[in-house]
Design a binder for this molecule. Structure first.
Ligand SMILES: Cc1cc2nc3c(=O)[nH]c(=O)nc-3n(C[C@H](O)[C@H](O)[C@H](O)COP(=O)(O)OP(=O)(O)OC[C@H]3O[C@@H](n4cnc5c(N)ncnc54)[C@H](O)[C@@H]3O)c2cc1C
Length: 399
């Protein structure tokens, strides 16, 4: 079945499955059990084929599912719990995984039983990801991985990690990469915390020393890792930039609350609030429209526009909010406690959100890189000079 399925029959199918999932919904059911049922009924990612958490219908029906779950008071927050898996890993497996890999990883990912992380950035490769140095060498039916990754969100609780590594240093940088799923609990994987300005060690540095990865955990062909990495990043930008928030929700809600609580009458501040509100609302409506128009398959470069706009606005709104709070905005409620989150903390106090939002224009690709992508791949402007594109990777100068 594909998304060419007729609209009326797709709607009827989704409605029927929702009835099976929610008819007589029992709120005492454990969330993981509920999500397992949701997956088995094809309502996890409706655009995926039947048997893999979907129904083979247009992805626009996912918002129908989401709305019905919210209305019924059913658990809906699994994406936040396992953002790297559900927001990115699932798209990678759908586009490049074998059926056996989908069966192994998709269901426990969706139920959040298995958490996932993304092992892309390295000390010497961030924006220029294709320059990565962590390597894998084949040994029979296994690969031996060595190297270091950094800024790995939730690596300390992840069971599985998505990792592109260099398998051929003799060819140009984009061609010598292979993509694996690695068991984060395997021997030789060491995860160390990195603390952020919020006091949270949400991310980590990860060291790989002779870690053995079975060849069956390889995603796509040997040397096709760049293609798979692009699928991951396109999904990531959509996952970050396309959250369907309610009107005036998210960081805007905190700004409006601060406006009311701190009784501002300053016309310049009111002007700024209204401008931010209008920008946030335009982004919300654009996101809703993009979600409605989204076709099944890997998202394209246009996902970068949402990510770019969201990062700038979220930073501006959270900064405006702490400004409204005056001296209160400088205090960290509950004290500044260093801790290690066990889930992705998307919301907190306005002060914490202000600090956390500084990362929005870096994580998932920096705003400068988003502008390059939009310029080159959406607007068709001339590309940046890339002098090392055709050089064998081992000859590319590295710091
Ligand atoms: C909160 C947070 C969570 C993260 N989680 C993860 C994760 O889970 N997994 C993971 O792999 N990584 C993660 N990252 C890392 C993130 O993807 C990288 O930090 C990001 O891609 C930038 O890479 P870099 O830090 O090496 O900076 P660099 O690439 O060294 O960039 C430094 C500066 O140069 C600019 N620059 C670089 N190249 C260009 C260019 N061609 N044109 C214009 N400007 C350019 C950049 O915009 C930036 O301002 C996370 C980062 C943050 C902040």
């Amino acid at each position: 079945m594909t998304d060419t399925i007729k609209a009326e029959s797709a709607e009827a199918l989704v409605g029927e499955r929702l009835e099976q999932l929610l008819g007589g919904y029992d709120p005492s059911v454990e969330p993981q059990e509920f999500w397992g049922n949701q997956y088995d009924l094809g309502l996890a990612w409706v655009q995926f084929p039947e048997g893999f958490g979907g129904l083979g219908v247009s992805p626009k029906y996912q918002s129908v599912v989401q709305g019905a779950l919210e209305k019924a008071g059913a658990p809906t927050w699994n994406r936040e719990l396992n953002l790297l898996g559900i927001g990115m890993g699932a798209g990678v497996l759908a586009a490049h995984g074998t059926d056996a890999q989908k069966v192994k990883w998709l269901r426990p990912m969706f139920t959040t039983e298995d958490m996932w992380c993304q092992l892309f950035s390295e000390p010497g490769a961030g924006s220029d990801l294709a320059n990565l140095s962590a390597k894998a060498v084949r040994d029979g039916d296994e690969w031996i991985v060595n190297g270091q990754k950094v800024w790995t969100t939730l690596a300390h609780i992840a069971k599985w990690g998505m990792i592109p590594v260099r398998t051929d240093p003799d060819v140009p940088k984009h061609a010598g990469i292979t993509y694996f799923i690695v068991d984060m609990k395997a021997e030789g994987v060491e995860v160390r915390p990195l603390y952020q300005i919020t006091g949270e060690a949400e991310f980590n540095e990860v060291f790989f020393t002779d870690v053995r990865v079975p060849d069956e955990y390889r995603i796509d062909e040997v040397g096709a890792g760049w293609r798979v990495s692009m699928t991951t990043l396109m999904n990531e930008r959509v996952a970050i930039g396309s959250r369907a928030l309610p009107r005036g929700g998210g960081s805007m809600e905190a700004a409006i609350k601060a406006w009311k609580d701190y009784g501002h009458a300053d016309p310049a501040a009111r002007d700024e609030l209204v401008q931010l509100w209008a920008g946030w609302e335009a982004l919300r409506l654009t996101t809703l429209r993009a979600n409605q128009m989204r076709k099944a398959g890997t998202p394209g470069p246009e996902g970068s526009t949402g990510k770019l706009a969201w990062a700038d606005l979220n930073k501006a709104i959270t900064a405006f909010t702490v400004d409204l709070m005056g001296w209160d905005g400088t205090l960290y409620p509950g004290g500044y406690v260093l801790h290690r989150p066990t889930e992705f903390e998307s919301e907190g106090s306005p002060q914490r959100n202000f600090l956390r939002a500084r990362a929005n224009s870096i994580e998932g690709g920096t705003s400068e890189i988003m502008k390059n992508i939009v310029g080159e791949r959406v607007l068709g402007l001339p590309g940046e000079p890339r002098v090392d594109k055709d050089l064998p990777w081992k000859e590319v100068p590295r710091g």
